[in-house]
Design a protein around this ligand. Structure first.
Ligand code: HEM
Length: 455
């Protein structure tokens, strides 16, 4: 660690036998941000070994309490007594770009919005989404070029964006597609800016500009969507209502659409990229998945995956779970305490920024045997290593804010992989190890080059 002279985060209330949270500042101005962004696992491991499950560090310009491990995950996600605010945690990072997205709402207000949004993720609606996706996946992957250095990440990002615009917005985008894609990239990357004010050309300024582009785009369409009876997410959100007939306002719909597009797009692309990487490295698993998909197509007589075929993709489920363990697309989640609280014998005062870290939890040797090894069978019924603790495997978070799109994500990942294994074979170059860029959401730093062959 950069600086081992531990300092208390705060004083402890008089008469309390709790300890203060200890931690250290790191380098002037940037604190521990660079260490954390370059190598989050080693950086967290050092802190955990030195301080235990609770410590503080200066990250992204703020003192962050690191609460590490499955017990910490459980304590924060279950959030008994409404101690942890999502809004005050996320707002610092992405509030300017994703304000009033559902993940940034708290407590009673969040529950109200979630109840309405849940309608857009009901089983019957998901069925309609997957039917819509099938033809778009087929035409999307037909364009893939057979090449010795095919950039998987770029291709998947394009495909998931095309699917999202179709399934979420119910339309094909024209020339504005590139501008919209760039706006999403900029708004997401802005969240981890070290310089948090709009220097021209900087991440923050680009994020603000991106948000404006997105608002204009969704606002211009909301009135028409109110009158449509389409089965795309945008139309469904406009129609969704509580039992008392309460609906989202136009502004709510715009804010939720911007957030949903972001929440769905990058996370699914990252998951698929990791699955492609490991399947390119472990051809036996790729073949196993292909055989499952062939069996499904033979049985159903269709190339397209239906909602009810999902369960038959048992090997894909294992690989997806392992890929999500090895690279949690949302590597950490901020919260802020709105009341004094205590954890592991430490006093955490109201107003503390707190960080939950699925990324690190998923590599804890205390929980996972041989944690750096790709081993999908660890999730098999015989082994179920994830059962070591209910909050050991948390790529989708937990509690009231647990990912609302987790079934959607599984559907989309399976539907894409199904088509790809039936049409292509791929592998990585000998000795290739995928470098991960962890400066924002964890993405392949080199675009993930693959040797792609048509079957
Ligand atoms: C593999 C893909 C995905 C992963 C790993 C993932 C991960 C997560 C995580 C960790 C959270 C919790 C954040 C927090 O508690 O602070 C979350 C929330 C959320 N996700 Fe996902 N997500 C994925 C796909 C999706 C998709 C496809 C959608 C939409 C179609 C979606 C929509 C949402 C929404 C709306 C929330 C906020 C829920 C709330 O605050 O009530 N996600 N996601």
């Amino acid at each position: 660690m950069t600086n081992t002279s531990a300092q208390p985060l705060s004083a402890v209330p008089a008469g309390s036998d709790l300890k203060p949270v200890l931690g250290d500042q790191g380098l002037p101005l940037i604190g521990m941000s660079l260490d954390f962004m370059r190598d989050p696992i080693s950086s967290m491991r050092q802190r955990y070994d030195h301080y235990g499950p609770v410590s503080w560090a200066s990250l992204f310009g703020v003192r962050m309490v690191q609460m590490i491990g499955p017990e910490a995950n459980e304590f924060i996600f279950r959030n008994r007594d409404d101690v942890f605010s999502n809004n005050k945690g996320w707002d610092y990072f992405i509030g300017k770009f994703f304000h009033r997205g559902i993940m940034l709402l708290d407590f009673e207000e969040h529950r109200w919005h979630r109840k309405i949004m849940q309608k857009a993720f009901h089983r019957d609606v998901l069925k309609a989404y997957i039917e819509r996706m099938g033809p778009a996946i087929i035409s999307g992957i037909e364009r893939w070029s057979v090449a010795p250095d095919f950039s998987v990440f770029k291709a998947l990002k394009q495909l998931t964006l095309d699917l999202a615009t179709d399934v979420f917005m119910g339309e094909e985008l024209g020339p504005e597609a590139d501008q919209l894609n760039q706006a999403f990239i900029d708004t997401v990357r802005a969240g981890t800016s070290i310089v948090r004010y709009p220097v021209p050309g900087g991440r923050w300024a680009k994020g603000l500009r991106g948000r404006k582009v997105l608002e204009k785009f969704f606002r211009s369409r909301v009135a028409a969507k109110r009158h449509s009876n389409g089965n795309d997410l945008f139309s469904v959100l406009c129609r969704a209502e509580t039992e008392d007939g309460e609906r989202f306002s136009d502004e709510d719909v715009v804010n939720h659409m911007i957030f949903l597009m972001m929440a769905a797009h990058d996370t699914t692309t990252i998951t698929l990229s990791n699955m492609f990487y490991y399947l390119g490295k472990y051809p036996d698993w790729q073949q196993r998945i292909r055989e499952e998909s062939l069996a499904i197509s033979q049985q159903t007589g269709s190339d397209q995956l239906g909602y009810d075929d999902m369960d038959a993709m048992a090997s894909t489920t294992l690989v997806m779970k392992e890929a999500l363990r090895l690279c949690a697309p949302v590597p950490s989640m901020p919260r802020m305490t709105v009341k004094d609280t205590e954890f592991a014998g430490c006093f955490i005062p109201k107003g503390s920024m707190v960080n939950v870290s699925p990324f690190f939890t998923h590599y804890m040797a205390e929980l996972w045997p041989d944690p750096f090894r790709f081993d999908p069978n660890r999730f098999s019924e015989e082994r179920r290593e994830d059962k070591v603790h209910p909050y050991a495997w948390v790529p989708f978070g937990g509690g009231a804010h647990k990912c609302i799109g987790l079934h959607f994500a599984e559907l989309q990942v399976k539907a894409i992989l199904h088509q790809v294994v039936l049409n292509y074979r791929w592998r990585v170059a000998p000795g290739y190890e995928m470098p991960i860029d962890t400066t924002s959401l964890p993405v392949p730093a080199d675009g993930l080059p693959m040797i792609l062959e048509k079957l």
